[in-house]
Write a protein that binds this ligand. Sequence first.
Ligand code: FBP
Ligand code: MG
Ligand code: MG
Length: 323
Amino acid sequence: MQLLSNYLKHHDTDLELVELIDTLMIACKEIALQLREGALAGILGTTNDTNVQGETQKKLDVISNDVLKKVLLDNPLVRGLASEEEDDPVFGNPNGRFLVTFDPLDGSSNIDINVSVGTIFSILEAPEGATDDNVDMFLQAGRKQVASGYVLYGPSAVLALTTGHGVNMFTLAHTGDFLLTRENVKIPEETKEFAINMSNHRFWEPSMRNYVDDLLKGAEGPRGKNYNMRWIASMVAEVHRVLTRGGIFTYPWDSREPAKPGKLRLMYEGNPMSLLIEQAGGISSTCYSDILDIQPDHIHQRVSVALGSREEVETLLQYHCDC
Ligand SMILES: O=P(O)(O)OC[C@H]1O[C@](O)(COP(=O)(O)O)[C@@H](O)[C@@H]1O
Ligand SMILES: [Mg+2]
Ligand SMILES: [Mg+2]
């Protein structure tokens, strides 16, 4: 089985990008260790702090963020980073080549019940000559990502990675190495599995309600087949299932906080996951446009997300179309 860095080098990946991905994996291995210790180390539960989005931070949110921040800022390739758990971007080497955005621990509500969580990351090139520490350098559409991925901390720790040439998966071995375990992942085009937080049904747009109601009608309804439903409340785990066996995952706009476009964050959840999904042959949309085409205007911008198996997402988009 091939080592992550060897695999990337054999596939002509830019050597500085390989180095940055290796750096990210040093941090993710440390986070995996911290998660394993959990209750033993007294690091479950919440802090007394909230992040910029007003969400209470878990101790492990803060620990994971600090690990990533320290390891990344030690690498001179890093021009700057932006995180769910940092109010503002943090700048590194003024001559650094890359910008990294990340959700240090996705699915935090699952930490205390010992269910899968993950780290999501997105890598952009810093614009040439961007020597002033200015947040604007981060505000690039998702299509400009040079790489993205996540590490799922589940029964095993798995990296799903794209550098824009398909999606590959690497499993963390006891030796501390990430080894190639799935090459050129392709999402099945059809599915009978959907993931949505059904408790928000009454807050959705009519088009989303109509779509899900038709799924629930099963073989007797307009879709003509029986669907199964999953909701892990951890986007990393949902996307991993979609990449592995197909499905549709959506966290749509809802009227609980109507001014927000959605719950999930564009720059460190929506964009990196959308690049993985598209690179694996799926679709990722707000229900009205491709997520990767959105021009961000804020580092913590929210977005409505619907992604997964091509035919299923296309059907959902039809429900949202005036045509
Ligand atoms: O609890 P809800 O409303 O179902 O939301 C679950 C969603 O929230 C998230 O946990 C948000 O991520 P964070 O845990 O990083 O804030 C997603 O991973 C998941 O899809
Ligand atoms: Mg998250
Ligand atoms: Mg998080």
